[in-house]
Each structure stands twice: as C-alpha cells, then as structure tokens.
Design a binder for this molecule. Structure first.
Ligand SMILES: CC(C)(C)[C@H](NC(=O)Nc1cc(F)cc(F)c1)C(=O)N(CC(=O)NO)CC1CCCC1
Ligand SMILES: [Zn+2]
Length: 183
C-alpha cells in the first residue's frame, strides 16, 4: 500500500519534470498503479487508517509524486453537494478553459510540500478536461469550482508545475484579474 514515505517531497527532480504520456490501452501495471493511487486517497480520508499509517488526508495524487514520471493521476473526494469524484486518469489534457480565473480563498497546499506557502493560486475558473480512464474509456469532464481547482493542481504535477509557481511573488494575496474566490 502507498504511504507517505512513498511520496517524494519538493526538491525531488520528478516534481519538476514533464511526465511522459502512457501507452494506450493501459497496461495492467499502469491500471494497478492508478488503483493503488486511488486507494491511497481513500485510506487517507479514513480516520482509522490515516491515523494508523500517519497519512495526510488527500484529494488528489499524481504519479510524479511517487517518483514516476508518467501522465497518470488519481482523484478522490466529494464536493459540497456530496457528488463523488473518483477517477484514475491517463494522459489528461485541459482542452478548453474559461477566460475567468478562480482561486481557493485559503490558498493551496500539496502532499509533496511539507511547509505552508501562503498566497492565492490563480487558476482557470472552468475547464474541459479530456483523458482516458482506467477502463480505457475516453472521458470529457466539464469542471468548475473546487473540483476544477483539484484537477488543475494534479494536471500541473504532470507538467512539472507546483502550485506556488502560480503565486504572485510581489503580492501573494493580490486578487488576480477577473478572478473569483472559492471558499
Ligand atoms: C495537500 C492537502 C492539504 C493534503 C490537500 N488536501 C486538501 O486540500 N483538503 C482536503 C483533503 C481531504 F482529504 C479532504 C478534504 F475535505 C479536504 C491535497 O490533498 N492536495 C492534493 C495534492 O497535494 N495533490 O498533489 C492539495 C489540494 C490543493 C488544491 C487542490 C488539491
Ligand atoms: Zn500536489
């Protein structure tokens, strides 16, 4: 099972590399990896298991965070309406996005960053994301709000981008042009 010791931390080269697209249809190995990544997120949100294995509660995980530079990412969380987002995705791509921006009013963190980095992380408010899921089906997701932020955070990892790369150096809490806060 994946635990925190398997998650590489900032400074590790895998986090700043552009990852490779994976061959389709997904190999058994890549399917198993996506399944393990989703299981980590589920475990991390289970109080008992998280306590037993000292896991940080995570909503998304990208393969580079395991030192694996493949375009594979896992998402697991429920939005404020209780809608479950459970995805193991290969070769995700943001194919279109809104002009408008959005940011989490509390800023962002990262399972690979063991420090608090303050400031707003401006992202696209709405995106359309295309990928292949674990059953080798093409998926096209139209996302907004918190889900849009989570997916963008993970896709960034596949391109070697960390959340703090988006924070305005001169004024971390500057509200980006036509951006809206997500509470
Ligand atoms: C870095 C961490 C603070 C652990 C962050 N969790 C989070 O934002 N909140 C959270 C977690 C839960 F499990 C349940 C819940 F309701 C809320 C997170 O998982 N990530 C994912 C990550 O590091 N991926 O590489 C960071 C988030 C920042 C914005 C989107 C994802
Ligand atoms: Zn992260």
């Amino acid at each position: 099972m994946i635990t925190m010791k398997d998650i590489v931390r900032e400074g590790h080269p895998a986090l700043t590399k552009v990852s490779e697209e994976v061959e389709l249809p997904l190999s058994t190995a890549n399917k198993d990896l996506l399944q393990e990544m989703i299981q980590f997120l589920k475990n991390s949100q289970n109080e008992e298991i998280a306590k037993k294995y000292d896991l940080r509660a995570g909503v998304g995980l990208a393969a580079p965070q395991l030192g694996i530079n493949k375009k594979l990412m896992a998402i697991y969380f429920q939005d404020e309406n209780g809608k479950l987002y459970e995805y193991g995705l290969a070769n995700p791509k943001v194919v279109s996005h809104s002009v408008g921006k959005a940011y989490l009013s509390g800023g962002e963190g990262c399972l690979s960053v063991d420090r608090h980095v303050e400031g707003y992380v401006p992202r696209h408010a709405r995106i359309t994301l295309r990928a292949t899921d674990m059953d080798n089906n093409p998926v096209s997701l139209r996302l907004k709000g918190y889900p849009s932020i989570v997916f963008q955070h993970e896709v960034d990892h596949l391109n070697g981008i960390m959340f703090y790369d988006h924070i305005n150096k001169d004024n971390p809490f500057e509200v980006p042009e036509n951006a809206r806060p997500i509470e």
